[in-house]
Design a protein around this ligand. Structure first.
Ligand SMILES: CSC[C@H]1O[C@H](OP(=O)(O)O)[C@H](O)[C@@H]1O
Length: 331
């Protein structure tokens, strides 16, 4: 079952990652024993999703400590290498949070860091199941139609977390309760986390879904084909403004115009109260080639350049509710 799939796990030799760039065609694992390889995997989105990045950051400290022990790094070099992991992608607060969570245990040795990283994983899975329950309860109390038609954006399932998922965890909970009719899965260009990863997770579990172009999301909503949209988050500012995969704010605008709920699902590790509001959030800009090429084949003219922001920020005024493991916060 995809709900049990693990995006990452520690093995004696190092951190084993399910390479998400190969899915859904191939199930390939990467055994990470060096900092450069982990940073490359993070930047290529071989491991991705805010909570999964938090776990990767936590285990990444152990990877750096093991490599530093093999190569004789001094304390300054080790700190610098850990800092490179922490900074590998800027928008998801979880990556830095995962590193910061285990750092205090480094003085006790790698085993202590690994034990804390294991706790990060356990807590994330527990949080996601709670998010699923709270989110399903809230949706069922606010939306009358049965069964429900849900729209998702990007991938927020087992692959984006330590297991079960956030927004997709709510979808799984609705499915388990027998109240889910269909999931409209935004393909989520340019890296297709929806059509490649969310569709793969849903197909594994026989959950009915329709992959749609991102450009169809607004009209699908405005035509009354969707009852609720549920998305994940990469960083939630103190005022509720939410950074998430590019295209999220368009879904929110359509939901507002259609009068249907726009639900954000995220664990408390994605909340960043040190950031007052959304315009302070750094938006990762990714390589132009991701937009100008499809499957490595150039589709745009050679003269063309591209703008490739990986995230956008949905203002709190467009969010109906943010669901975390402690409950819900309505806006
Ligand atoms: C459960 S959080 C997943 C979150 O992360 C994704 O970004 P990326 O695929 O670039 O790591 C996207 O924003 C999802 O909503």
């Amino acid at each position: 079952m995809a709900s049990e799939i693990r995006s990452l796990a520690w093995h004696d030799t190092g951190l084993r990652l399910l390479d998400q760039t190969a899915l859904p065609q191939r199930v390939v694992y990467l055994d990470i024993t060096e900092v450069d390889a982990l940073i490359d995997a993070i930047r290529r989105l071989a491991v991705r999703g805010a909570p999964a990045l938090g776990a990767a950051g936590a285990y990444g400290v152990a990877v750096a400590m093991r490599q530093g022990g093999r190569e004789g790094w001094d304390a300054a070099r080790l700190a610098a290498e850990i800092g490179r992991i922490r900074d590998a992608r800027p928008t998801a607060v979880n990556l830095a949070g995962g590193v910061d969570r285990v750092l205090p245990f480094a003085a006790e040795g790698v085993e202590a860091v690994l034990a804390e990283a294991d706790a990060v994983v356990r807590e994330d899975v527990e949080a996601n199941h709670a998010i699923g329950r709270h989110g399903a309860d809230w949706i069922l109390s606010r939306v009358g139609r049965r069964p429900l038609r849900v729209l998702t954006h990007c991938n927020t399932g087992s692959l984006a977390t330590a297991g079960w998922g956030t927004a997709l965890g709510i979808v799984r909970e609705l499915h388990a309760r027998g109240v889910l009719e269909v999931v409209y899965v935004d393909e989520t260009r340019p890296l297709l986390q929806g059509s490649r990863l969310t569709a793969w997770e849903l197909a594994q579990e026989g959950i009915a879904h329709l992959v749609q172009p991102d450009g169809a999301a607004a009209s699908t909503i405005l035509r009354g084909l969707v009852d609720v949209a549920v998305i994940g988050a990469d960083r939630i500012a103190a005022n509720g403004d939410t950074a998430n995969k590019i295209g999220s704010v368009g879904v929110a605008l359509a939901c507002a115009d259609a009068g249907i709920p726009f639900v954000v699902a995220a664990p408390l590790t994605t909340f960043d109260d040190a950031t007052a509001h959304g315009d302070e959030i750094t938006i990762e800009e990714r390589p132009e080639s991701e937009v100008l090429e499809v499957a490595g084949v150039r589709v745009a003219p050679v003269e063309s350049r591209a703008f490739n922001p990986a995230f956008d920020v949905t203002p709190a005024r467009l969010i109906s509710v943010i669901v975390n493991e402690a409950g819900v916060r309505e806006y």
